[in-house]
Ligand binder design. Structure first.
Ligand code: ADP
Ligand code: ASP
Ligand code: MG
Length: 437
């Protein structure tokens, strides 16, 4: 069994959906995970925003415009009047459901129901299209097997059991279609795996069915060696170790959801990144293999805050770091980077919601300084400390950029820098120029 995930652009129009249908019809057993058509989830977020603000007219205007897009897609996708009518009836009722939210109170619970409609729409339409073209397939609802627990972590045992049940109920198919992104939470309510979470769905399914491979099909030919949105002339990296890919995804390479590598890594299932627009391109293979002695790629994570606690008196006393970390823990704020010295410790966080409370508490232990609007630049490759000169090369590339923190040695695969957001583009380009050109 293979798991193939197609992102928003890959199913973003009738023509793209037809391409996907061709790609999956090779006779092999597969579970196909679809995102919402590109733009839809953003539209649903916007609709929810109007509903939160009780601007019903604004919400209805957006819903109508989105519905028209789907009417057009159906017109282009289906060729027979019967299937056009069937698809139209289905999407009409889904959009009526969206409109019904304008009549009730609107909370986070309703918002999650609304956000789920994007993937429900794309999978329903796509599976109906396969029916029209005579390709046998089954639609298995993610809301029947994908679940997160009290801590918003995937409940893998539940997923394994319930997915097996779905597959056995639809036995005899080679193609199973399901929704990315959406799930139920501990209380059985509709929830999701966060924006970009369809990649995570695919790797969780891959782990649950012990797939032979997980394929992430998107709009670019694999993981590039730098962010193509900020650097020209980036190139695909053919082979990455799970750890390298996980670092890149966590530290901002948008092509992968931050946590999607972990389930694949634990189950040792290779992940292949492929381009729907160029299906013959090699893409990137993520597995236990890596290129030895090579710097592979650079990524950047935005929206970082740095916090420095200076305390000459206490820092090296045992228990000091624990006290500092406990404060972050008590405000449910994960730490990304840490650097220490004799007189102080600096940490970075990407969620500054509880910053004021955290700073207040930290002031009990020392002098606190905060730097906002920072970016983590993460350089990834085979970098065990015996590989002389790698960190020097990377630091050298950033010689013109003010660097707030450096972190090296946490793994064999990464060196990270904290810099100002305004220097991000310059830093990414400087790194590409000196590491890859
Ligand atoms: P999908 O909708 O298929 O999930 P995404 O938009 O989430 O696609 O991810 C693909 C995009 O990620 C690319 O179009 C590219 O702009 C962006 N991206 C950022 N960093 C990288 C990188 N290092 N390699 C490849 N793509 C990247
Ligand atoms: N549709 C969701 C989003 O736009 C999930 C995904 O595409 O991965 O975030
Ligand atoms: Mg994505």
């Amino acid at each position: 069994m293979k798991v193939l995930k197609f992102g928003g652009t890959s199913v973003g129009s009738a023509a793209r959906m037809k391409d996907v249908a061709k790609l999956i019809c090779d006779g092999g057993q597969k579970i196909v995970v679809l995102s919402a058509m590109s733009g839809t989830t953003n539209n649903l977020v916007e609709i929810s925003d109007y509903l939160y603000k009780t601007n019903t007219a604004g919400a209805l205007e957006k819903i109508n415009a989105l519905e028209q897009k789907y009417v057009d897609v159906i017109e282009d996708l289906f060729s027979t009047p019967e299937f056009k009518t069937e698809a139209t009836v289905i999407i009409k009722s889904m959009f009526e459901y969206l409109r019904s939210f304008s009549k009730s109170v609107f909370t986070l619970f309703e918002e999650k129901e609304i956000l789920a409609q994007g993937e429900l729409l794309s999978t329903t339409i796509f599976q109906l299209y396969l029916d029209e073209t005579g390709v046998k397939s089954a639609l298995i609802p993610a809301l029947e097997f994908m679940r997160i627990d009290k801590n918003a972590e995937p409940d893998l045992n539940y997923i394994i059991d319930k997915l097996a049940l779905q597959l056995s109920e639809h036995a005899g198919n080679t193609i199973y279609i399901t929704q990315g992104f959406i799930c139920r939470n501990f209380y059985g309510e509709v929830d999701n795996l966060q924006r970009g979470g369809s990649d995570y769905t695919a790797s969780l399914i891959g782990a649950a069915v012990k797939a032979e491979e997980i394929q992430i099909w998107t709009d670019i030919d694999g993981m590039h060696n730098n962010d193509p949105r900020f650097v020209e002339g980036t190139k695909p990296v053919p082979v990455l170790h799970f750890e390298e890919a996980a670092e890149l995804a966590y530290f901002g390479a948008k092509i992968l959801h931050p946590t999607c590598i972990l389930p694949a890594k634990l189950a040792n299932i290779p992940v292949r990144l492929l381009n729907t627009m160029e299906p013959k391109a090699f893409g990137t293979l993520i597995s236990t293999q890596s290129k030895k002695g090579k710097i592979e790629a650079v990524a950047a994570k935005d929206g970082i805050t740095a916090i420095k606690i200076k305390s000459g008196r206490m820092l090296l006393a045992h228990g000091f770091l624990r006290k500092v970390f406990e404060i972050f823990e008590s405000y449910q704020t994960p730490i990304d980077m840490v650097t220490t010295s004799e007189v102080g410790v600096s940490v970075s966080i990407d969620n500054a919601k509880r910053l004021d409370e955290i700073v207040n508490e930290l002031k009990k232990f020392g002098t606190v300084t905060v730097d906002k609007d920072m970016v983590i630049i993460c350089v990834v490759g085979d970098m065990p400390f015996e590989n002389v000169g790698f960190q020097a090369k990377v630091v050298g590339a950033l010689s013109e950029i003010p660097v707030r923190m450096i972190s090296y040695g946490g793994s064999n695969y990464n060196i990270s820098f904290l810099i100002k957001a305004e220097d991000k583009k310059r830093a990414l380009n400087a790194l590409s120029a000196s590491l890859f050109n």
